[in-house]
Write a protein that binds this ligand. Structure first.
Ligand SMILES: [Zn+2]
Length: 615
C-alpha cells in the first residue's frame, strides 16, 4: 500500500530473496558484533560505528542519526531512487519479474521520461555553452560576477544562459534531433498560435526562457528535471520556473538538495532559503547544507523528503512581512513532524546572499545558533502584535498564541511558554488556561518522573514517551509480550502517536492464540512514515531488564494508572468550565462520573467502605 502499483506479494517475494547484510555490505564495510553487523553509517558522519544491520530481522538501524528500515528503505535513502525502481532493480538481480504494467508507469510514459531526461541534459549543456561562449553571454557573465558568483560555483551548479532570441533553443534542439513535442512536454518550448502555419517546423514554437540566467533543477538522482530562470535586466517575471512536467513536480522538489544532501546528513540539519542565488551563495561560502524552495510554499511532500536527510530544519526567509508570513505558514506543516525547526531572521535590508558575503560562514553560524524555534518565533510575532495594538488586537493575538501553543505536543515546553506569554501580557496563567481548557487537559499527561529517572532501557533521546510506554513498545517488538499481556494493551493508553500506531498495528497482527507475529508486524511497519525508524530502533535495542514478566506487569499497571489520571484530569477541567458557564445538567453528570472514578480508583466497593469505617 502506498508503494505504487506493485503488489505486496511481489515486493515481499523479492525482499525475502535478498539478504540485507549482503546489499548493505556492498556500500558499507560491516563487521560482526554479536548477533548483528556493525559499520560506519553512510547517512551521517561518525568515527565509531553505530550503524547496525540485523540478518535475522532483515533490517538496519543507525543509533547515531536514527535512520532505519529494511533493504528497500536503505537503497532508497542511499540512491534517492523511487520505490518502484528499487524494487524493479532488486527484482532483476534475484530473478523475480516485476510486471511492467505494475511499476506505476506504462511503457509509453517510461519511454517519454527517458527522452525528456536526455533532452534536459542537452538543454542544460546548451545553456552553459551560451553563458561561457559567445558575445551574448557576456552580459550574463557580468551579472553573475556582480552577484559575487565565482566561475567554479557557476560550473558546479551548471548555471547557464538563455539568449535573448525567440527560438534559439528550440532550433538548436530540433537540429540535435529532439522532437518538438518533447520540447513542449518538457516545458521548454511553447507552440505558437494555432493560426500560424504549423508546417514551418522551428518557427512553430518559441522558447519559454529568453534572456535569462538559467539554474538547472537537479533531482536526487542527479537528473536535470526542470529549470529556473532569473531575467537579465528589468523584465517580468523576475523569476520563471519550468511548468510541471512528467519529470517535475514543484511541490516535491527543492533546488540544490542534491548538492546539499551529504552535508545535511552529516550535520543532521537542512537550511531552507527562498531563492536560487541565496542557495548558491551559501554553498559558495562553504555552507553546503542549504536548499531552496521553488517559489512555492513548503508541502508535506517536501517535509517527507527532508526527513530522509536531516532531523533539524532552519528556515531562512526574508525579514520582510512576506518572509515572516511564509515562515508562519509552515507552522502547521512542521508541528509534530518530528523535525526540530528554527527560524533565522536576518537584519533588516539583508538577504542570505549579502549577509554571508559581509559576515562570512562564521557570522552565519552564530546567527543560526541563536535562532528561536519556529514555535517561539510564531509566539513572539503574535506577542509583538499584541503589545502594540488595541484591546481587541491583544485579545486576537492572545487567541492566536494559544492556538499555536495548542499545537505543541510537548507539555513541558508548552507550559513554559504559557507562563512567558502571561508574563508579557500581564495576565494570569490561569486566565489563559481558562480560555483554552484543552491546553490544561493535555497538561495532565505531563510525566514528571521522566525528567529525573530515565528508564535503564532508554535508548537515544529519540525514543519518546514515558518509560513504561517505551519499555512496553520495546518488549512488544522483541516478542516478549504474552497473549495475556497483549490483551491488556490499548492504543489510547499511549501518549506518543508513533506508539499508538504501533500498538494499533500490533492488534491487527495477533494470531488465533492471541500472540503477536513480530515478523508480520515488522513487515507491515518497517517502511511506515510515522514509525518505521521507531520499529528498527526498538528491534535493535538491547534489553536490560532483570525480570521481564515482572517489568511488563509493572509497566502495564503504570500505564493504566496514568490513563485513569488523564481521564480524571480532563473531567475535572470540563467540570470547571461547566460550573463557570452554569450548565447544571453537565455539572451534575460530570460530578457523578468523577465520583464513580474515585471509588473505582480506591479499588473498593461501597460495602468495603463501611468496613473501613468500623476499624
Ligand atoms: Zn547514521
Amino acid at each position: 500500500m502506498g508503494q505504487g502499483l506493485i503488489s505486496d506479494d511481489v515486493i515481499n517475494q523479492i525482499r525475502d530473496r535478498v539478504d540485507i547484510a549482503e546489499i548493505v555490505g556492498q556500500h558499507v564495510a560491516l563487521t560482526r558484533a554479536g548477533q548483528n553487523l556493525k559499520g560506519l553509517c553512510p547517512f551521517h558522519q561518525e568515527k565509531s560505528p553505530s550503524f547496525t544491520v540485523s540478518s535475522s530481522r532483515q533490517i538496519f538501524h543507525c543509533f547515531g542519526c536514527g535512520a532505519g528500515g529494511n533493504v528497500y528503505t536503505f537503497l532508497m535513502k542511499l540512491t534517492g531512487a523511487p520505490f518502484p525502481e528499487i524494487v524493479r532493480d532488486l527484482g532483476r538481480k534475484v530473478g523475480v519479474d516485476v510486471p511492467e504494467s505494475s511499476g506505476g508507469y506504462s511503457n509509453d510514459v517510461r519511454a517519454q521520461l527517458g527522452r525528456l531526461e536526455r533532452l534536459n541534459a542537452a538543454v542544460g549543456a546548451w545553456y552553459q555553452r551560451m553563458l561561457t561562449e559567445g558575445p551574448a553571454g557576456a552580459q550574463a557573465r557580468a551579472y553573475l560576477e556582480s552577484r559575487g558568483i565565482q566561475l567554479n560555483t557557476s560550473e558546479q551548479f551548471k548555471i547557464g544562459f538563455a539568449p535573448p532570441e525567440w527560438d534559439g533553443l528550440t532550433k538548436a534542439m530540433l537540429k540535435e534531433g529532439f522532437a518538438a513535442a518533447d520540447l513542449v512536454a518538457a516545458g521548454l518550448s511553447i507552440p505558437r498560435d494555432q493560426s500560424s502555419s504549423p508546417k514551418t517546423g522551428a518557427s512553430g514554437h518559441y522558447d519559454r526562457f529568453r534572456s535569462r540566467v538559467m539554474f538547472p533543477i537537479v533531482d536526487l538522482r542527479k537528473r536535470i528535471v526542470a529549470f529556473g530562470g532569473r531575467v537579465l535586466g528589468e523584465g517580468t517575471p523576475k523569476y520563471l520556473n519550468s511548468p510541471e512536467t512528467p519529470l517535475f513536480k514543484k511541490g516535491h522538489t527543492l533546488f540544490a538538495l542534491e548538492a546539499a544532501r551529504d552535508a545535511a546528513g552529516q550535520q543532521q540539519t537542512l537550511i531552507i532559503v527562498e531563492g536560487y542565488f541565496d542557495a548558491v551563495a551559501l554553498h559558495q561560502a562553504g555552507i553546503r547544507h542549504v536548499a531552496a524552495t521553488l517559489g512555492t510554499a513548503l508541502t508535506p511532500e517536501h517535509i517527507a523528503v527532508i526527513r530522509r536527510f536531516a532531523s533539524n530544519v532552519v528556515l531562512l526567509f526574508d525579514p520582510d512581512q512576506a518572509g515572516v508570513r511564509a515562515a508562519l505558514r509552515t507552522l502547521d506543516l512542521f508541528v509534530n513532524s518530528g523535525l526540530s525547526v528554527k527560524v533565522v531572521s536576518l537584519p533588516e535590508g539583508e538577504d542570505p546572499d549579502t549577509y554571508v558575503r559581509k559576515h562570512g560562514a562564521e557570522g552565519f553560524t552564530a546567527l543560526h545558533k541563536a535562532a528561536p524555534s519556529l514555535l517561539d518565533f510564531a509566539v513572539e510575532h503574535s506577542l509583538r502584535t499584541a503589545e502594540a495594538g488595541t484591546v481587541e488586537d491583544r485579545i486576537r493575538a492572545v487567541d492566536a498564541v494559544l492556538r499555536i501553543l495548542q499545537k505543541s505536543a510537548h507539555p513541558i515546553e508548552r507550559e513554559e511558554r504559557i507562563r512567558l506569554v502571561a508574563e508579557r501580557l500581564g495576565l494570569s496563567q490561569q486566565r489563559l488556561i481558562d480560555r483554552y481548557p484543552a491546553l490544561a487537559a493535555q497538561d495532565q499527561r505531563r510525566p514528571e518522573r521522566d525528567m529525573k529517572a530515565p528508564s535503564p532501557a532508554a535508548g537515544p533521546a529519540r525514543l519518546k514517551g514515558n518509560p513504561e510506554e517505551r519499555d512496553l513498545a520495546h518488549l512488544l517488538v522483541q516478542g516478549n509480550l504474552s497473549a495475556q499481556d497483549l490483551g491488556k494493551l490499548s492504543p489510547e493508553a499511549f501518549s506518543v502517536p508513533a506508539y499508538r500506531r504501533l500498538i494499533q498495528c500490533a492488534m491487527q497482527h495477533l494470531g488465533q492464540d492471541g500472540r503477536l507475529s513480530v515478523r508480520d508486524l515488522l513487515d507491515a511497519l518497517i517502511q511506515d512514515e510515522e514509525c518505521g525508524t521507531l520499529i528498527s530502533e526498538l528491534s535493535m535495542l538491547e534489553q536490560h531488564y532483570d525480570d521481564i514478566p515482572a517489568h511488563i506487569a509493572g509497566c502495564l499497571e503504570t500505564l493504566e494508572r496514568r490513563g485513569r489520571e488523564r481521564t480524571m484530569g480532563a473531567l475535572i477541567q470540563e467540570l470547571k468550565v461547566a460550573e463557570r458557564e452554569r450548565r447544571d445538567d453537565d455539572v451534575h453528570r460530570l460530578n457523578r462520573l468523577i465520583n464513580e472514578m474515585r471509588i473505582r480508583k480506591a479499588g473498593v466497593a461501597p460495602v468495603a467502605l463501611t468496613s473501613a469505617v468500623k476499624e
